[in-house]
Design a binder for this molecule. Structure first.
Ligand code: ZN
Length: 155
């Protein structure tokens, strides 16, 4: 299982999904993990689809260790083109697993490739690497939501 998980992480590192900064976007953030030197620029584009807020796109560019880069690719797969509530649930599941010190192995049915990071939970130094893209996404969404509620106030 560990070998399979390492293979999934390496695969995302070599062929990152959704990489590159795209337009349009509602907010952009820059996050760093100074303990490892990982960096990410991340943009989110939110969209209203039949009254349901959607994460229409998440685009990113970054550099750093294989864990942080692979995690950005998995974050994109897990959160982009999803209803916002579903994306927040995926974030919560990932955070819970990665902060469980190995107690929570994750659930492949609901988490997809994100379960491959379960082993990272046993290495405290790498937890921040894995979380960096996900927390950048959360920050960007909160900023985008603030911006859109300000827009509505203006109308
Ligand atoms: Zn790192």
């Amino acid at each position: 299982m560990q070998d399979l998980y390492q293979e999934i992480i390496l695969d995302h590192y070599r062929r990152p999904q959704g990489r590159g900064l795209r337009e349009p976007f509602d907010s952009q953030v820059h996050h760093v993990n100074p303990t490892c030197g990982d960096e990410i620029d991340l943009r989110v584009h939110l969209e209203d689809r039949d009254g349901l807020p959607y994460v229409a796109d998440v685009s990113y560019a970054g550099q750093g260790c294989s864990i942080s880069q692979a995690s950005a690719s998995v974050m994109f797969e897990s959160l982009a083109d999803k209803p916002l509530t579903e994306a927040f649930e995926s974030l919560a599941r990932f955070q819970e697993m990665i902060q469980s010190k190995g107690e929570n192995p994750g659930d492949e049915d609901t988490m997809g490739d994100a379960v491959a990071f379960a082993g990272v939970a046993k290495y405290p130094a790498r937890i921040k690497c894995a979380l960096l893209p996900w927390l950048a996404w959360k920050d960007a969404v909160l900023r985008a939501s603030d911006a859109s509620s300000t827009d509505k106030d203006d109308q």
